[in-house]
Design a protein around this ligand. Sequence first.
Ligand code: SF4
Length: 178
Amino acid sequence: MNVFKKPVVVVSRCLEFAACRYDGARIEAQFIRELEPFVEFIPVCPEVEIGLPIPRDPICIVQTDTGLKLIQPSTGQDFTSQMLNLAEGFLSELKDVDGFILKSRSPSCGIEDCKLFAPDSLETPIGTISGFFAAKVLESFPKCRVVSEQSMQDPNTRQDFLQQIFTAARERAVIAME
Ligand code: SF4
């Protein structure tokens, strides 16, 4: 009996799929190309999904008195609500997902290494934090493996990730047959 199901992996769209970064760039990620025949990718660019153009002025995470905000310093615009709504809506629609590969250091997709700024000093970070979209991923899918493209450069992390997503996909297939 063949119970193989392709793992479903959500991926930051700027990794190989589209030139959607704030500077109009696409990030090369060879392992994503290599995985493509074996994995069902769901590419998403949260910043484009909330209506930001390509290219665009960068946004950043700011610690304010009323909590974390996603701000575009050049315009002063606050994209916090849009990003939270997008993340919650997109993630709640996901049914079967086995893993996430997210772009490091992005204020939207970075898992834990985004720069955090104080309102009065947008030049020098005061720490690091999860990006807005990534934070919702971690909250909504606590059992899923979530990695960055940077951590996937490490062979052990890559092997571990692959093992987990293929195991998760197989378990889904078995459950679906019951
Ligand atoms: S890091 Fe995320 S939000 Fe930024 S360009 Fe890539 S997919 Fe879009």
